[in-house]
Design a protein around this ligand. Structure first.
Ligand code: SF4
Ligand code: FES
Length: 327
C-alpha cells in the first residue's frame, strides 16, 4: 500500500506547485518539476493498484478453529466491589469447519451491564477472535439481534444481571438465517424479502417529487393506521421467532408482511391493490399460522402478527371487490 499512499500524497504537492507558479509567475522550472511529479504519481499509482489487486492474506495468521474450541476464559482483572463475575456461554459458528463450538467466559459486570456490553468486554479483554455485530448500542440500528437464554433479543437492550440463570448466560446466534461467523448471521435473504415488497411510498405522478408545491397532508386518524408498523428497525428477531420461517425459509415472513400493511394503509401510497395481490399466496400472507411469536419477540412493539391478520382481511376484501366488478 506504500505506493498508493505515495501517489495520494503527491496530489496535494502538485496542487501546491501550481499555486506557487501562478503566484510567482514562474514558468520553466515549475513546468519541469510538474512533469517530473506527474510522472512519479503515475508510476506510484500503477504500482499501488498492482499491489492492492495482488494482495493475498497471510494464511498463517488466520486463527485455526482448534485454538478456540471449547475453551474457558477467565478475566484476571481484580473485581470491583459493585461487580459480579458472570459466566457467559457462547455458542459460536465456526465458519471454517461449519460447526458450532461452545466457549465459556467469566467476565465482570455491574448491574447496568448489558449482554452486548459483556460480549464486547470479552472481545476486548479475553478473546479478540469473538465476532459480534453491533453498532448503536441503544436499540436503534437493529444489528445486535441474537438468542439469549433461548429468546431472540437485542443484546444491547438486555440486562446482563437479569439474564443470569443457573447455567450463567447462554448466548447463541439467530437460527432462521444463514450463518457467517460466531454470533454474526447472514441477513441478505432477510433484506431481499424486505426489498421484494416495495417498502416505499408509490406515487403515480413521478414529477411531483421534484416539483412539489406542498407537503402531503394526513389526519391523525390516517397517521395512526400505519404509525406503529413504521417503527420497525429491521432487526429480524420476528423472523427468528416465527415457527413458519424456521420450517419453510421460502415464507416471506412477518417483517416483510408488516411492511406491506404499513404502506398499504398509508393514505399517501398509490400502489393500491398491487401490494395485496403480491402477497396473496401460501408463501405470502396465507403462510402465517398466527403463532404470534413474532409480536412477542419484537423489541419495538411493531406487532407484525396483527398486521398480518389485518392484511388477510384486506386481501379478501380486494378479491370480493374484484369479483363484484367482473359480475
Ligand atoms: S417487526 Fe419488530 S422484530 Fe421484526 S424486524 Fe421489525 S423491529 Fe425487528
Ligand atoms: S447495537 Fe443497535 S440495536 Fe443493538
Amino acid at each position: 500500500m506504500i505506493f498508493m499512499y505515495a501517489a495520494m500524497g503527491g496530489v496535494p504537492a502538485l496542487l501546491f506547485l501550481y499555486l506557487i507558479s501562478s503566484l510567482l509567475l514562474l514558468k520553466l522550472e515549475i513546468y519541469i518539476l510538474t512533469i517530473l511529479i506527474a510522472t512519479g504519481l503515475f508510476v506510484f499509482s500503477v504500482l499501488g493498484f498492482y499491489e492492492s489487486y495482488s494482495y493475498k492474506p497471510d494464511k498463517s495468521k488466520i486463527i485455526s478453529p482448534e485454538v478456540y474450541r471449547a475453551v474457558n476464559y477467565t478475566s484476571k482483572e481484580p473485581r470491583k466491589s459493585w461487580e459480579k463475575e458472570l459466566t457467559v456461554k457462547v455458542k459460536r459458528f465456526n465458519n471454517l469447519e461449519k460447526r458450532f463450538d461452545e466457549c465459556t467466559y467469566k467476565v465482570e459486570a455491574d448491574k447496568y451491564s448489558t449482554v452486548l456490553g459483556s460480549l464486547i468486554k470479552i472481545k476486548e479483554r479475553l478473546d479478540p477472535t469473538l465476532s459480534v455485530r453491533y453498532s448503536c448500542r441503544m436499540g436503534i440500528c437493529g444489528s445486535c439481534g441474537m438468542v439469549v437464554n433461548g429468546k431472540p433479543v437485542l443484546a444491547c437492550e438486555t440486562n446482563a444481571f437479569e439474564s443470569i440463570t443457573e447455567k450463567g448466560i447462554e448466548v447463541e446466534p439467530m437460527q432462521a438465517q444463514g450463518m457467517l461467523r460466531d454470533l454474526v448471521v447472514d441477513l441478505d435473504e432477510f433484506f431481499e424479502k424486505h426489498k421484494s415488497v416495495a417498502p416505499y411510498l408509490f406515487r403515480e405522478d413521478k414529477k411531483e417529487k421534484y416539483e412539489a408545491k406542498e407537503a402531503y397532508k394526513q389526519t391523525k386518524e390516517e397517521l395512526s393506521k400505519y404509525l406503529p408498523y413504521s417503527y420497525c428497525i429491521m432487526c429480524s428477531l420476528c423472523l427468528d421467532a416465527c415457527p413458519v420461517v424456521n420450517t419453510n425459509p421460502e415464507f416471506i415472513g412477518p417483517q416483510a408482511l408488516s411492511q406491506v400493511y404499513r404502506y398499504h394503509e398509508d393514505s399517501r401510497d398509490q400502489k393500491g391493490s398491487q401490494r395485496l395481490e403480491s402477497i396473496d399466496s401460501v408463501l405470502g400472507v396465507w403462510g402465517c399460522e398466527f403463532a404470534g411469536s413474532c409480536s412477542k419477540a419484537c423489541p419495538k412493539g411493531v406487532d407484525p402478527a396483527s398486521a398480518i391478520q389485518l392484511l388477510k382481511g384486506e386481501v379478501v376484501k380486494n378479491i370480493v371487490i374484484k369479483d363484484e366488478k367482473n359480475d
